[in-house]
Design a protein around this ligand. Structure first.
Ligand SMILES: NC(=O)c1ccc[n+]([C@@H]2O[C@H](COP(=O)([O-])OP(=O)(O)OC[C@H]3O[C@@H](n4cnc5c(N)ncnc54)[C@H](O)[C@@H]3O)[C@@H](O)[C@H]2O)c1
Length: 398
């Protein structure tokens, strides 16, 4: 069993896969399409990448041994997910592993802006001693408005409350309040009371440009603004105007509509050069702790898919989390989602005399996945019949 991990993935992934019996090859850089096809040719079942490796349909077509791809990051758009699903190749990522890292950066920035640290440190480096308390505030007792109360928004809510901030939030979905946070009925209501507004919405297309001139105008005078969610959700020209006019007292921005691709590339933004503005290169989730967490989390998902049939948290296959592995008595069938497959599957078991003791089915985007545990090792007859069925994409046994 072979795994290939590219792009300097954390050693925690190597340890996890080796402990499950995999022979792991670890490479530091990414590979081109041709190089990747060559590297996968020697029977590699599991591929680990980060954001710089593109897995095209051609790579998938020419890598018949590949079972699963782990994106050791949040995004998965570097993989042709449709082609992978069509081949029954599971794709996994780490959607929650850097939540805490983002929250800690936001908290640090919030305090830094309230104390006007970007300007203070800049003046010191320029050789000017400016000890004034003008415009510097504690965050205790201030109201933090969180827009988007998902994984990151809710954890920010808890940590901010521990610092003595009052938390209000707005989310388009129904989200329960954590601690003493108050849910606001509209974005406008939130903007009317928040001393600090922090965006944590997702990147759905409808969110493009959703925070612009009207929203900045609706914020309290001298409020602070933070965005560590997606660059495209904010009109940064409007933010710049409001920072220059002084309506917004400071801002921290980690994400941009167009971000440089490689380390050391030039960066430009209308926000460059403004006082009390923290600009960071999309590092909200970039910590050693998050990398380690991503390493074992994704490696574990890959191993459980390959060795136990679990598709839990797969981004492109129906999600089934079967119970503890009963060795030699489990069968997984990935199939086209057509009427009658489950009935036919169970009739096949019954005909072969296999007694089903546990069964889990999930469907997604035209695919169905069913994991069945039997009372005794499954008969070769049933496995053969199922693998020849026209709806079958693959059959695996564990
Ligand atoms: N800066 C970084 O390095 C970094 C790292 C991780 C995640 N992120 C980004 O942070 C954001 C939040 O991540 P998450 O894991 O908490 O996502 P999530 O999906 O758990 O939460 C997003 C929340 O926003 C809500 N929402 C969506 N559109 C909204 C709108 N227009 N108004 C109000 N609420 C809205 C959703 O209902 C959901 O509750 C994402 O955009 C993600 O890409 C950035």
């Amino acid at each position: 069993m072979k795994a290939l991990l590219l792009e300097n993935i954390h050693p925690a992934a190597v340890e996890t896969l080796e402990s499950r019996g995999y022979e792991v090859e670890l490479r530091t850089g990414s590979l081109s399409e041709d190089e990747l096809i060559a590297a996968l040719a020697g029977g590699v079942q599991l591929l680990g990448i980060r954001s710089n490796t593109t897995v095209t349909k051609r790579v998938l077509d020419e890598s018949p041994d590949l079972l699963a791809i782990g994106c050791f990051c949040i995004g998965t758009n570097q993989v042709d997910l449709v082609a992978a699903a069509e081949k029954g190749i599971g794709v996994f990522n780490a959607p929650y592993s850097n939540t805490r890292s983002v929250v800690e950066l936001v908290i640090a920035e919030l305090i830094a802006l309230a104390r006007r640290l970007p300007e203070k440190t800049q003046r010191m480096h320029e050789g000017t001693w400016d000890k004034s308390a003008k415009g510097s505030h504690e965050v205790r007792g201030r109201t933090l408005g969180i827009v988007g109360y998902g994984n990151i928004g809710t954890q920010l809510s808890t940590v901010a409350e521990a610092l003595g901030l009052n938390v209000v939030f707005y989310d388009t979905a129904d989200r329960p309040a954590h601690g003493t946070a108050r849910r606001m009925r509209s974005l406008k209501d939130l903007l009317a009371v928040a001393d600090v507004v922090s965006l944590h919405v997702d990147g759905r297309p409808g969110n493009a440009g959703f925070f612009g001139a009207a929203e900045f105008a609706a914020m309290k005078p001298r409020a602070l603004f933070l965005n560590a969610s997606r660059g495209m959700v904010v009109d940064y020209e409007a933010l710049r105007d409001n920072l220059i006019s002084g309506h917004i007292a400071g801002a921290a921005v980690d994400v941009f509509p167009a971000e440089p691709k490689a380390q050391g590339d030039a960066f430009d933004s209308v926000l460059r050069g403004l006082d009390n503005v923290i600009l960071t290169p999309h590092i909200g989730g970039s910590t050693q702790e998050a990398q380690e967490e991503i390493g074992w989390f994704v490696a574990e998902k890959l191993a459980r898919f390959a060795l136990e049939g679990s598709t839990a948290l797969s981004v492109n296959l129906p999600a089934v989390l079967p119970p503890e592995l009963p060795s030699g008595r489990r069968i997984g069938l990935l199939h086209r989602n057509l009427p009658g497959v489950l009935a036919e599957l169970n009739a096949t078991f019954a005909t072969a005399g296999d007694n089903v003791v546990d069964q889990h089915l999930a469907t997604k985007d035209g695919l169905g996945y069913v994991v069945t545990d039997a009372a005794a090792p499954l008969s070769a007859e049933a496995i053969d019949t199922l693998s020849k069925a026209e709806y079958c994409m693959w059959v695996r046994t564990w």
